[in-house]
Design a protein around this ligand. Structure first.
Ligand code: ADP
Ligand code: MG
Length: 680
């Protein structure tokens, strides 16, 4: 028997392995099984090139637990190892320096294991002793047993073993007893080994017989050695893809469609990416893509590894060029991984372009579900934007779809304003904004429907991309002003009339803080309209979407009440108002006029003076005048307010404007209905 020291520079490696690899203990099984798979694949290669002439036989890798003995064993029928190979591959652990090792990778088990080839040694995370019993495929090779109990000392001796291959026997530590539980092992196997290319048996299949669960003679194979992504797309049917999807993600709806990736230059990458069907914002789930390296599961947190927007997709990616054993931060910085990521973007774009070209009808049908991904991609990845520009669609309120270019051509003629800006009109809700959509369409404008989860963000992005263009929501102004072509004529009302009307309408709307009254001389078919400025609304939308109650989170709603002074009904209000209030108002105005005049005179006289030079007498006089004016002003408002409250015409007009904007609800709506019936 040979005794020796495992060649590590650090005094004792094992306490370190135990301590620092704590959080991800279960990967030891992945490491052992991928070694077994490697050894088996190596033998298959040797056999296929004629360097191994014996029988391959059954290559199944077997995992078993013996609770009594407290062991977990992984057995393969691969190449095995000679004593020299054990010495070379197992005893010589190339650890450059213990300190460096500790400093750098304290928190990251994967990093330690990958960087220092600790794959096999990770078994010491859960074992007090590990044995290797192995026999090489080489002719006349002697079977050997290597054994190590967690100190740097090991033993190596000849042993009896009839079969070629390797058994790794773990004597499970007392604080790792969970790894002697069949359920736990099966769960780990399912996580990491589900798609490994060599069959892996964990005990025997069980069945129910006479009310008892009994073992059958059949191996319990836990993996699919030939997963869908490794097969030729030409051999696969839609059903196969759907079935695989549901195997991966039980309980989800059918995917929209999928992309089968098969790249062999400049790197190897296979995989299937699915576009999931997402019904609402809350269903969006990131990090559903599983990353494999030669069918070994690596991770399902792919952020930073695949392009950001693809993290919304589902599916698998498999590349031997994605290093198996390294940390996520390492993966993210790896230039290879970055190249792969860029390439996936290109492939996805190509495939979408292809579907668009070959079957536009089908593409349009899926667009509403699809656009979330594409818009997200276009917003977060300029390269993708450049590609997607050709197939991304815009949908109008009539349900027609256009490419960016087609749409530009459609509206160019009619929707360019006097500043040569192309105005894209949009609605976010066809029902609620119906009145405005209808008016815009009647004017020959086209209106886009932007009702997707990301649309509002997306149109902001498009504005930065489209030249001399602006997006304007259809209810952000009266239709005459949405796209300004020539100057509109001015309102013909006097300032006093405007002031009075303003008071009357604000009083009738009952929510005066939210509204600004604006006078326009339009001659449109609506006397009053409620609009919300594009800028204000976007600020609010953005703050709501980002979910932060930041500086805009507390922005009050603010609307414009646009009064068309050229509308006959507004004319009627002016007349009625005059009739009901003029007698009283003119008395007040008569009193007010001289007061205002005196005040003005005093102010002009003191205009050039500094505050302290103004005679106290003048100051007192002005204050006194202000008080009187204010009192009269109050009386004036009272007269107008009481008119507003009593005038069915005014109330009806205001309610109709609110109603067109879906703002008339509850009690107000009830009052409106009753009043309407009275009026009829
Ligand atoms: P890696 O797999 O990254 O090389 P490991 O620590 O997992 O590092 O394994 C070290 C080496 O030990 C392997 O490269 C291989 O040569 C040998 N080895 C481990 N397990 C087996 C096995 N089951 N059969 C044959 N050789 C093995
Ligand atoms: Mg390994």
């Amino acid at each position: 028997m040979q005794k020796g020291q495992i060649n590590v520079t650090t005094e004792n490696l094992f306490p370190i392995i135990k301590k620092f690899l704590y959080s991800e203990h279960d990967i030891f099984l992945r490491e052992l099984i991928s070694n077994a798979v490697d050894a088996t694949l190596k033998l298959k290669t040797l056999s296929s090139v004629g360097d191994f002439k014996g029988e391959l036989g059954d290559l199944t890798i077997r995992v078993s637990v013996d609770k009594k003995k407290g062991t977990l064993t992984v057995s393969d029928r691969g190449v095995g190892m000679t004593a020299e190979e054990i010495d070379k591959y197992i005893n010589q652990i190339a650890l450059s320096s213990a300190e460096e090792f500790l400093e750098k990778y304290k928190k990251d088990a994967n990093a330690i294991i990958g960087h220092f080839g600790l794959g096999f040694y990770s078994s010491f995370m859960v074992s007090k002793k590990v044995e290797i019993v192995t026999k090489s495929y080489k002719e006349d090779a002697k079977a050997v047993r290597w054994s190590c109990d967690g100190t740097p000392e090991f033993s190596l001796e000849e042993t009896e073993k009839t079969e070629r291959g390797t058994d790794i026997i773990l004597h499970i530590d007392k604080d790792s007893k969970e790894f002697l539980e069949e359920d736990r092992i099966e769960q780990i196997l399912k996580k990491y080994c589900r798609y490994l290319p060599i069959p892996i048996a964990f005990g025997k299949k069980k069945e129910w017989k006479d009310g008892k669960e009994v073992e059958t003679g059949e191996d319990n194979i836990i993996n699919d050695t030939n997963p869908l992504w490794t097969r030729k797309p030409a051999d696969l049917k839609d059903e196969d893809y759907k079935k695989f999807y549901h195997d991966l993600y039980p309980g989800l709806e059918d995917p929209l469609f999928w992309i089968h990736l098969n790249v062999d230059y400049p790197f190897t990458l296979t995989g299937i990416l699915y576009f999931p069907k997402i019904k609402n914002q809350f269903e969006i789930q990131k990090n559903k893509i599983q990353l494999y390296c030669n069918q070994v599961f690596v991770t399902d947190s792919v952020e930073g590894i695949v392009p950001e927007f693809l993290t919304l997709l589902h599916g698998v990616l498999d590349s031997p060029d994605i290093p198996l054993n390294v940390s996520r931060s390492y993966l993210q910085g790896d230039p290879n991984v970055r190249k792969i990521s860029g390439h996936i973007t290109k492939k996805v774009a190509d495939r979408l372009q292809e579907i668009f070209k070959n079957d536009r009808k089908e593409f349009e049908k899926k667009w509403d579900d699809l656009k979330l991904f594409i818009e997200y991609g276009m917003m977060t990845d300029d390269k993708f934007y450049e590609r997607a520009e050709k197939f991304a669609l815009l949908k109008n309120t009539e349900g027609q779809y256009f490419t960016f270019e087609e749409y530009r051509n459609l509206i160019k003629e009619n929707q360019t304003d006097k500043h040569k800006t192309l105005i894209y009109l949009y609605a976010t809700n066809k029902e609620e904004q119906y009145v405005f959509i209808d008016k815009a369409r009647a004017k020959g404008y086209d209106v886009l429907l932007m009702d997707g989860q990301l649309d509002v963000h997306f149109l902001n992005h498009l504005e930065t991309k489209f030249k001399e263009s602006r997006f304007v929501r259809v209810d952000s102004d009266v239709v005459e002003r949405l796209i300004e072509k020539e100057d509109l004529s001015e309102s013909k009302l006097t300032e006093d009339q405007k002031e009075d009307l303003k008071e009357v309408f604000l009083q009738a709307i009952h929510d005066r803080d939210k509204f600004m009254v604006v006078f326009e001389h339009l001659g449109s078919d609506l006397p009053l309209q409620i609009t919300q400025s594009e800028f204000m609304r976007r600020m609010k939308d953005m703050s709501e979407l980002s979910g932060e109650a930041g500086m805009f989170g507390t922005l009050p709603e603010s609307y414009n009440l646009v009064v068309d002074t050229n509308h006959p009904l507004v004319g009627k209000v002016i007349e009625e108002m005059k009739k009901k209030t003029d007698a009283r108002l003119s008395k007040i105005m008569e009193k007010m006029a001289p007061l205002k005049k005196t005040k003005e005179e005093l102010e002009t006289a003191n205009k050039e003076k500094k505050e302290e030079e103004i005679p106290q007498a003048d100051k007192d006089r002005i204050a006194e005048l202000d008080k009187k004016i204010e009192e009269l002003e109050k009386k004036r408002k009272e007269i107008l307010d009481s008119y507003a409250e009593k005038s069915k015409l005014v109330r009806q007009l205001i309610d109709l404007a609110l109603l067109s904007n879906n703002m008339l609800r509850g009690e107000k709506l009830n009052t409106f209905v009753k009043r309407s019936i009275d009026l009829l």
